[in-house]
Design a protein around this ligand. Structure first.
Ligand SMILES: Nc1nc2c(ncn2[C@@H]2O[C@H](COP(=O)(O)OP(=O)(O)O)[C@@H](O)[C@H]2O)c(=O)[nH]1
Ligand SMILES: [Mg+2]
Length: 232
């Protein structure tokens, strides 16, 4: 299908993802006839592949202009995706300098304009697209865990407990290793308490500061400090 050629799926934040999961996604996109490349906007890993893919996508249009004797205009590509996936960072990475506003919190990008990132490429940053309703409670927890929905939309405690549950199912070695949990089979509440104690998260009266532990766990996960993990 010709319209497939007009879309490139950039699997950003590959530096945080489980490489095997990334490979599976790439294979699936390619099987369906789409172009897809893994990318890390913080280091620029994958840059030449992305540029090459843009050129491949644009080639037919460029040829058309050439045949008609017209000047070949830069290719224009809209960057779309859920909030906080790294759209603005991606644009800055391609430009080699800060041209789009980035932010750790979702919803910072405003306005629409074409940004010349290379001689022959212009990108448009867009505010993240979010569907108004999540399909299930678990979907909602995943969106919160990945910082895709605003922090006002969820309870940190609930999301941190969900993270511990996920680790339990997917990678119990992270629980016993990085988080030093003694029994990765115990329930998430118990593990949370143990982590708080081991990290010395205490309130004044010697009571455990579980809220602090939850914040720390979510931060560690989002920065990749717990290891490479993909949720789906
Ligand atoms: N580790 C990692 N972090 C990234 C990457 N791309 C973006 N980020 C971080 O993700 C956060 C959101 O990025 P931003 O570009 O503002 O996302 P946007 O909402 O899609 O425009 C920022 O803290 C970025 O530094 C990436 O490839 N790897
Ligand atoms: Mg942005």
């Amino acid at each position: 299908m010709s319209q497939h050629r007009q879309v490139l799926f950039v699997l950003n934040k590959m530096d945080l993802a489980d490489p095997q999961a990334t490979e599976k996604y790439l294979a699936r996109f390619r099987e369906e006839g789409y172009m897809a490349v893994p990318f890390d906007s913080t280091s620029g890993r994958g840059l030449s592949e992305v540029i090459q893919a843009f050129k491949t996508l644009y080639h037919p249009r460029a040829q058309e202009m050439l045949v008609k004797g017209r000047r070949i205009r830069p290719s224009r590509i809209m960057v779309v995706g859920v909030p906080n996936i790294g759209k603005s960072t991606f644009i800055n990475c391609l430009a080699g300098k800060k041209m789009a506003m980035t932010g750790a919190k979702p919803g910072i990008t405003r306005g629409k304009q074409w940004i010349r990132v290379r001689e022959d490429i212009e990108l448009m940053d867009t505010p993240g697209l979010m569907w108004p309703k999540t399909e299930s409670e678990e979907q909602g927890l995943k969106l919160a865990l990945l910082d895709i929905v605003g922090e006002k939309a969820y309870q940190e405690r609930e999301v941190a407990l969900y993270l511990l549950h996920l680790l339990q199912v997917k990678t119990p070695e992270i629980l016993t290793g990085k988080l030093k949990v003694s029994d990765p089979g115990s329930d998430p509440e118990t593990m949370l308490t143990e982590i708080a104690r081991k990290r010395g998260h205490l309130l004044k009266a010697g009571v455990l500061d579980l809220a602090k532990t939850c914040t720390a766990l979510l931060q560690d996960f989002r920065k990749g400090k717990l290891g490479l993990l993909s949720l789906d």
